[in-house]
Design a protein around this ligand. Structure first.
Ligand SMILES: O=P(O)(O)O[C@@H]1C[C@H](O)[C@@H](CO)O1
Length: 299
């Protein structure tokens, strides 16, 4: 008998949701995008959209956070079929961890091969500025240290192996592609590569916590993404993730700065155009990349 939590958002529920969406969606997506706080504008880049409210999708959780609209958008980007979550779920909303990550498994069951995740994060690295975009090269799953991992519970082999590797979580080729694309677009001066640390939230970090996280090797701190990444890698999807440095984490006792959600949303608005351009160019290049790879493998 399986523990109750693992049955509620298990394979059958994810499959039912994926099948329902595929029945109603205009395209079968190959790329899945998750929009971070204030970054919902990313969904607007899709053409020929079909939009679903989360409340109309069977088994889907509901968004409760300002800056997360709660809509799933299907469409194409230069012919590449995509699905975009305009609104994600966080631990602090009170959802069980397997519910937060359920949409990622739905992506997989719809045929998504590459997942692109975005978030807003506080900058811990003293060289970072507000408005920088950090390509995530690795993460620290701090709740995981205390046993909060979305893969806890019985493992369903239909999704993946019991003990997935995470040292290669963030696809190296996609990271390089993003750096190349960023350079071509003239974004190198605000493009970084670093380590993202997830905390449970919803309270922002204390000064001592920020100092500790920075010493542990984190460049940015946030409240999402890592759980989705773990689930996406478990079921074999390629992952690329970006943090928008929406605020400087407060590291100094003489500082008067205070982290707040309004600033997070504002920075999202300011960088929205460049973020959309960067992600859309990456998505289009992912397709060329994929075609190139499959052409190569045929020879
Ligand atoms: O969904 P993300 O990680 O972008 O949202 C961040 C973390 C909190 O939800 C919120 C704090 O302002 O933004």
């Amino acid at each position: 008998m399986l523990p109750e939590a693992s049955c509620k958002y298990g394979y059958e529920e994810c499959k039912a949701t994926a099948d329902w969406l595929l029945d109603h969606a205009p395209v079968q997506p190959l790329v899945g995008i998750v929009c971070g706080s204030g970054l919902g504008g990313l969904a607007d880049m899709l053409k020929d959209q079909k939009v679903f409210s989360y409340s109309d999708i069977p088994n889907f959780p509901q968004s409760t956070v300002c800056g997360h609209a709660g809509r799933l958008v299907f469409g194409t980007l230069k012919g590449q079929p995509c699905v975009c979550m305009k609104g994600r779920f966080h631990l602090y909303e009170g959802y069980p961890i397997e519910k937060i990550t359920m949409p990622i498994r739905v992506f997989k069951l719809m045929g998504v091969e590459t997942v692109i995740l975005t978030n807003a994060a506080g900058g811990l690295n003293q060289d970072y500025k507000v408005g920088d975009i950090m390509i995530i090269k690795d993460h620290i799953n701090l709740p995981g240290f205390a046993g909060r991992n979305p893969l806890c519970g019985p493992n369903d082999e239909r999704f993946g192996t019991r003990f997935p590797c995470m040292s290669d979580a963030y696809d190296r080729k996609l990271r390089q592609l993003a750096l190349d694309v960023g350079q071509e677009l003239g974004y190198s001066h605000f493009l970084r590569e670093g380590v993202y640390c997830v905390l449970g939230g919803p309270s922002f970090e204390t000064i001592a916590e920020c100092r500790m996280l920075n010493r542990l090797g984190a460049d940015a701190v946030g409240m999402s993404t890592v759980h989705e990444v773990i689930v996406a890698r478990h079921c074999g999807m390629r992952v690329f993730a970006l943090s928008l440095i929406s605020n400087q984490a407060v590291m100094d006792y003489s500082s008067e700065d205070k982290a707040n959600h309004e600033e997070v949303l504002q920075t999202g608005e300011h960088r929205s155009q460049q973020l959309v351009k960067l992600v859309s160019t990456i998505v289009t290049s992912v397709d060329q990349h994929r075609r190139g790879e499959s052409t190569k493998s045929q020879h």
